[in-house]
Design a protein around this ligand. Structure first.
Ligand SMILES: [Zn+2]
Length: 184
């Protein structure tokens, strides 16, 4: 380690070997772009839906129900060695196909047709919402001492675990991390 490298990164730990790389904030930008794309798709679907259709109780009911389904469907991300990703029929693509297919059928049924139109935009919007909730609010990019690099950390039972190997994030580092997050 030379003076230049210390100046360029600005952070030096007590471990002489580890000069931390910059926190990969772009991970959040990637997530944000996906969220924006999903919102755009949902907004487009709503824009081509007649206003009279949207202003019906059936549309509202279908929207709320399918948004709830989408939120549940996303489940939780895996933490290796700690918890598995949500799986099973209700978290797979098959059920999504069934729901959207039923939605298409419903659009041909008088009176309840608005319910069918609501399912697709509601589902897509709920994915955007869940991504924002998970990666924008619940999970964080923190430095994993054991991986020796930055990882997404997911909260579980009051602890943070790195998404790659399930390493627990230790309180001993909290002072450093708090300082770093304030810098942003
Ligand atoms: Zn780790």
């Amino acid at each position: 380690m030379n003076d230049a490298s210390i100046r360029s990164t600005g952070t030096v730990t007590r471990d002489s070997e580890s000069v931390r790389a910059k926190k990969p904030v772009y991970w959040k930008i990637v997530v944000a772009l996906v969220i924006i794309a999903l919102i755009g798709i949902s907004a487009y679907a709503l824009a081509i839906t007649p206003t009279a259709t949207i202003l019906t109780p059936f549309f509202a009911a279908g929207f709320v129900a399918c948004a709830g389904f989408g939120w549940f469907w996303m489940g939780v991300d895996a933490i290796p060695g700690k918890r598995k990703r949500s799986r099973g029929l209700l978290h797979g693509w098959f059920i999504v196909g069934v729901v959207l297919f039923v939605g298409i059928i419903l659009t041909y049924v008088p009176v309840v047709a608005p319910l069918g139109y609501a399912l697709f935009p509601a589902f897509v919007l709920s994915l955007a919402g869940k991504l924002a909730w998970t990666y924008g609010y619940k999970s964080r990019i923190l430095y994993c001492q054991r991986c020796g690099t930055y990882r997404w950390f997911h909260p579980m039972n009051g602890n943070w675990y790195c998404s790659k190997h399930g390493h627990k994030w230790y309180d001993a580092e909290s002072a450093t991390v708090t300082m770093q997050s304030k810098e942003e």
